[in-house]
Design a protein. Sequence first.
Length: 551
Amino acid sequence: MSGTPGAVRPQPQTTQETEFFWTSGRGGRLRFRSCATCRGLIHPPQPVCRHCRSHDTDIREVSGRATLIGFTVNHRFPFPGLPTPFVVAQVAIEEDPRIRLTTNVVDCAPEDLRLGMHMEVAFERAGEAWLPLFRPCAEQPEPSPLPADEPIPETPRAAPVPRKFEERAVISGAGASRIGRRLLVPPLELTVEACEKAVADAGLTLDDIDGLSSYPGGGAYGGFAEGGVTALESALGIRPVWHNGAAETFGPGGSVIAAMLAVAGGLARHVLCFRTVWEATYAELLKQGRIRMPPSAGPDGWFKPFGAVSPAIMLAMNAQRHMHRYGTTRETLGWIALNQRANAARHPDAVYRAPLTMDDYLSACPIATPFGLYDCDVPCDAAVAVVVSAAETAADAPKPPVRIEAVGTRIVERPEWDQASLTHEPQVLGQAAHLWTRTELRPTDVDVALLYDGFTFNCLSWIEALGFCGIGEARDFLDGGKNIAPDGPLPLNPHGGQLSHGRTHGMGLLHEAVLQLRGEAGARQVAGARTAVVSSGGLTPSGVLLLRTGA
């Protein structure tokens, strides 16, 4: 695999814990940390075995043989030393198939690759590191089956309590800023706009707000945040008695679940939750040289040395495996894209409203196989805010409150993207199963679904995980698009979702759910909507909420 002249593939960051791995290629042998008790491999390196929890670990050489369990041809995201198109792959290590590496395939044309191929390591030096790349073995017996995912453990139902914490909180207000592809306005300006609307919608003033909650908070998040609680408090002078801002939470909706806990515990009465993205403007300002990318965004970690620089690349391999195992097709994903586009035509603020046909979808430029252009959401500038209030304040609100029936937050998979579920978006199966343990309602009780669709496959994963169809049955459930249409049994993302309305990172889905349950969605209103499910995130730890109307 050769790069353009003069281009150098970036080397990984090496730490005391990872140096043995990145330098093992010096002697031509692949090495992993290993448990001396159960002999399981430990990757990424940890001081304890996650399988038997022994602290007795050592470094172990392995054969360097592996099984090809996923690959995608990256057409969209160039990378130093790897001109597009190039292959990003995942392999399962022969000695312990639970352990997988994200890598590149060499010495093989992409069209000749097949899942289950037998592979061997081939090291390439990058500075002081040796990157473990993989090539097909000279002898290829029958392809190996994909490793089985670990079973999702049963989540016990919560112990009976006089009152669930969900019952102690309501969503009293919601607001959204203007939305556009490149608004070229400061992101905090959008945040303030959405927050002021949400507070007014709740019938409150800014002086009534005593809590602030945001995702992902402050820090070097580029076009994915406005500066967090610090920035907003500085602008508005709210002086909260409780605040929260973090990325290691239940996806973008984690700010809302944290706010629910705060009001349920008496720490606050009215918490303002907000989420801002300005990725489109951020990219334009980078292009113009008016801002610089934060240093922490460099090519480090276990993915970026191999050009896996986008969630699209990682999730494309999960989609490929779903197709391999269950017969899902590109048309299956296409029905989701077409549904969202048709719905967006009824939303005056949606970024993309022009009609989309299946031919348009299938012939669009490739991004990371099997994803094309319309499998990917729309980068935009926008902010969304909601007010979470103590339930006892609902009687004083000018609008009927939206109540939270249940939340789902449990992590049952490894948090590393390439070590988690093979055939679904990581971090949806456990969270979805957890939701139904906290309510007597069932999937058939849901009137409208607002499901995270950063990519079409995200949405498919949530549909199956939440039980709207069985695992592996999405091909039949989505065929023709009737089941997810506004008049179907599961109206899906009636505002157009992130695929057509715009990438508002999950909070836009919550905003639409509030409008639907209040009957305020106008031309896109789902008749009789009284219960809504809202998911946010995936790939990262995520969360899901079940909302309803009524007392």
